[in-house]
Write a protein that binds this ligand. Sequence first.
Ligand code: GUN
Ligand code: FE
Length: 430
Amino acid sequence: ARTLSFSRAPLSMDDTGAYRYESDGALLVADGIILASGPYAAVRENAPADVIEIDHRPHLIVPGFIDTHVHFPQMQVIGSYAANLLEWLNTYTFPEECRFVETAHAQRIAGHFYDEMIRHGTTTAVAYCSVHKTSADAYFAEALKRNMRTVGGKVMMDRNAPQGLLDTAEMGYDETRAVIADWHGKGRNHVAITPRFAITSTPEQMSAAQALAREFPDLHIQTHLSENRDEIDFTCSLYPEAADYTDIYVRYGLLGPKSLFGHCIHLSEREMDAMSEAGAIAVHCPTSNLFLGSGLFPLKALMRREKPVRVSVATDVGGGTSYSMLKTMDEAYKIQQLLGERLNPFDSYYHMTLGNAEALSLAHKIGTLDAGTDADFIVLNMAATPAMALKAEVVNSLAEELFLLQTMGDDRVVVETYVAGIASKSGLRS
Ligand code: GUN
Ligand code: FE
């Protein structure tokens, strides 16, 4: 098949040095790892004689997509009609997440969650579970069963939510430690320290998160930052001693190179500088930002600052409206259009793959087709629907193919999803 992967961020549309495209390429896979990739003839020559060949011509093989911010307990929240973030949280999201105290429910939704990830070509997700340890147990057990690389965390939240969704500073600490002990490093599981956001954590719980971050410096940290004007005002009123929203997280030692901050739409220059200096990640969630009316994320502007802010891209389901990273980047493209910026297709595909892997400090494992990395890759068909097939008739460059897949594509363009070398989409119930 044809293969495409990135070695660094493309500087422009014409920066062919940023990616590797083989018009007649192949991957050699064994034991869940890519052993070789390159031109078909060369890979074939060095492969064992009895190797099983799977022919994916004329489709395109790219690294599996990575979703750096998604809420696993919000699969039945997606598409809930609300005016804004805080109304949406209080009316739909918090009540729904309360159900994850039940093991059977958490397990059922975890099964659907990875099914949808695979169906949409996402091979690694970074998820928020609910406050209940049961939800994290279900999330990680399901990933282990499927041998998927995953990042996730038990949410810490001890105020400003229904009683059924609250832990305490101490419980948040103890249960996060228990989740780490039970799951971190098992299979391909990574546990993230996950205070939901400053509104739902007391200063005592923020200190507990800080203690965890000190004890486990290698773990990811994830939370929300600067998504909505009312959210920002409420947050700052809860922490009057902080200079701004970002400064709250700084004060609790949560700003660092493994910290993922969902949204970051309305940051001041001072906050952007702080993010940049810490090497923290601003996670862009375009479908969510449009759906909740939160605002327009300055993706390109953040990247080209004198002090650039590291960015990643994500669905934010159930605030987000699609599991598809292609649809996500289609909306990201439109947001940049409204801001007078260009987001070219190579840039987009870099973000969905290597860019997100770099944001997670996992580029040595996922996000490329390099030899020695996880065999997590997908097969894409630009002619998957009648309307796409018609347009595909006039596509005559790789850039146009990528852009067609992004603009009109969703789960239907994903022909196959390989997880640790195993074809996993074809095995899903439909
Ligand atoms: N801020 C705090 N919790 C959430 C959530 O679940 N979704 C979104 N979009 N923002 C949040
Ligand atoms: Fe979110």
